[in-house]
Ligand binder design. Structure first.
Ligand SMILES: [Zn+2]
Length: 291
């Protein structure tokens, strides 16, 4: 089953066996197309990501090999500075609004680029000894010469789940969400937890909800900064819930018909649904449309 989730479905071959070879990597960069990023924003012209031939004045210390598209190597380059670099006919766009208009291919590649560049910005020093680290393997490893530790890009697993009972789903309004946005429940998986453990704990903590079966539905890379959203449908055992009042401000059971109407924009009463770029939207829509 394909879900067409934003940031997923990358067409690139990451060539992980070859990117550790500096000579191979240098040859790829010489003939690459590079996607410029600046302050976590992606260079776009209209609704397309902008890939440019490599330029000698680009900072090679903040470069990531993204992969091969056919035989064409693609890189990401992070441009430094406080002033937005100027490119004719293009501008830097923040990743969330960009994701809403980019093609699936561009969105997946830009999301990978953003997550990787972001990781390098936050991991310049060794977590083991504090010394400066340097990037290797096309950006997929940082090595500490002082203590020989290797550090690899992180992906942080997050469970995101839609409780279901009697043809209704439970949606919560996070206290941080903009006005009226109701969505699925979510939280980071903690060490020692399975996906099912984390789903049960988060729903107990945030909504006081008791649950039965947990069904994996789909996953989504979410580069803010480096999460993997693991989407599940969950059988609730009862309609009773008690929101924690801190993370979740309110929650409501929504019938399938009501959810369908809200996704279609047919109800205008201030209750908003998630954006189509978010897996929460797909958890709701796929349940609404299920036979
Ligand atoms: Zn170290």
């Amino acid at each position: 089953m394909t879900h067409n989730l934003a940031f997923g479905g990358s067409p690139l071959d990451r060539a992980s066996a070859r990117r550790a070879d500096p000579a191979w990597l240098a040859a790829q960069r010489a003939q690459c197309l590079a996607l410029p990023l600046w302050q976590d924003r992606v260079l776009m012209a209209d609704d397309k990501a902008t890939f440019l031939p490599w330029r000698a004045d680009w900072d090679v210390h903040l470069t990531v090999f993204l992969g091969l598209e056919g035989s064409q190597p693609l890189f990401a380059v992070d441009l430094p500075g406080e002033q937005e670099p100027v490119f004719d006919g293009a501008a830097f766009v923040e990743m969330r609004p960009a994701a809403a208009i980019l093609s699936a291919r561009d969105c997946a590649i830009a999301g990978q680029a953003k997550a990787m560049i972001d990781w390098h910005h936050r991991h310049g020093f060794c977590a083991n000894c504090g010394a400066v680290t340097s990037a290797l393997d096309g950006g997929y490893r940082r090595h500490c010469a002082a203590c020989s530790a290797d550090h690899f890009p992180r992906t942080d697993p997050v469970v995101i789940m839609l409780p279901l009972l009697d043809d209704h789903c439970l949606l919560g309004r996070n206290a941080r969400f903009a006005n009226g946005l109701h969505s699925a429940f979510a939280g980071f998986i903690e060490p020692g937890e399975t996906v099912e453990d984390a789903v049960a704990r988060e729903l107990e903590e945030e909504a006081g909800l008791r649950i039965g079966a947990v069904r994996y539905h789909a996953s989504q890379p979410w580069p803010f900064p480096s999460s993997l959203m693991i989407g599940c449908h969950v059988d609730a055992l009862s309609r009773d819930f008690t929101v924690d009042g801190a993370e979740i401000a309110e929650a409501r059971w929504m019938s399938r018909a009501e959810a369908r109407a809200r996704l279609a924009g047919e109800l205008d009463d201030g209750v908003r649904m998630p954006s189509p770029i978010a897996i929460a939207y797909h958890l709701i829509r796929d349940w609404v449309e299920a036979p």
